[in-house]
Write a protein that binds this ligand. Structure first.
Ligand SMILES: [Fe+2]
Length: 189
């Protein structure tokens, strides 16, 4: 499938501007993780573009299903099947919501970076200028360790970057932050 197909699905499911930005952020981070893992000699599945698409779509039906844990990812799955999307994308989207085992690097990566993108956005919003460029890996690490900050961002889930992807947390934050900073205009931050 193509990025255009993914954007159409986001629109057809009626995503709000904020949900679109969340998807975009996850997609940019996913593409950066693909490149990183490849450089490390791992074998990330499919392509950089497909990883971006999987990130973009992971929460595509979150609002449509009224944030129901039971229904989340089911609408997206139907649409992905309908257009004959790659099985890896479907499994990764479902995997982040525990609807499928996380077997692939793509699936494990979405699971780990999803909550981190939220933490990074929250950290940017408390900067005086509310900009991603004002953040550093160190400042995000401090927010990560401060359990009372953005308490909804699941730290254990983010830390699966170490157990599942073998990427040290600090490096994982650095890759993700840089990817989001590169697209700060698109993210409105
Ligand atoms: Fe998400």
């Amino acid at each position: 499938m193509t990025r255009e197909d993914a954007i159409k699905i986001m629109d057809d499911l009626g995503n709000s501007p904020n949900m679109k930005k969340h998807g975009l952020a996850a997609g940019y981070v996913m593409s950066a993780l693909f490149d990183y893992l490849q450089k490390k000699g791992k074998k990330p599945e499919l392509s950089n573009e497909i990883w971006g698409i999987a990130g973009l779509l992971h929460d595509a039906d979150y609002e449509k299903t009224n944030k129901s844990e039971e229904l989340h990812t089911e609408e997206t799955t139907k649409m992905l099947h309908h257009i004959g999307a790659e099985k890896e994308i479907i499994d990764a989207v479902r995997g982040h919501a525990d609807k499928e085992l996380r077997r692939t690097l793509m699936s494990k990566s979405i699971y780990a970076c999803d909550e981190l993108t939220g933490l990074i956005v929250a950290a940017a919003l408390v900067q005086p200028d509310k900009k991603l460029k004002s953040l550093s890996t160190e400042s995000v690490m401090r927010k990560f360790k401060d359990k009372s900050f953005a308490a909804g961002a699941n730290r254990d889930q983010i830390k699966t970057c170490e157990s599942e992807l073998k990427i040290p947390l600090e490096e994982f934050i650095s890759i993700s932050l840089q990817a989001m900073q590169l697209y700060s205009n698109e993210l409105g931050l």
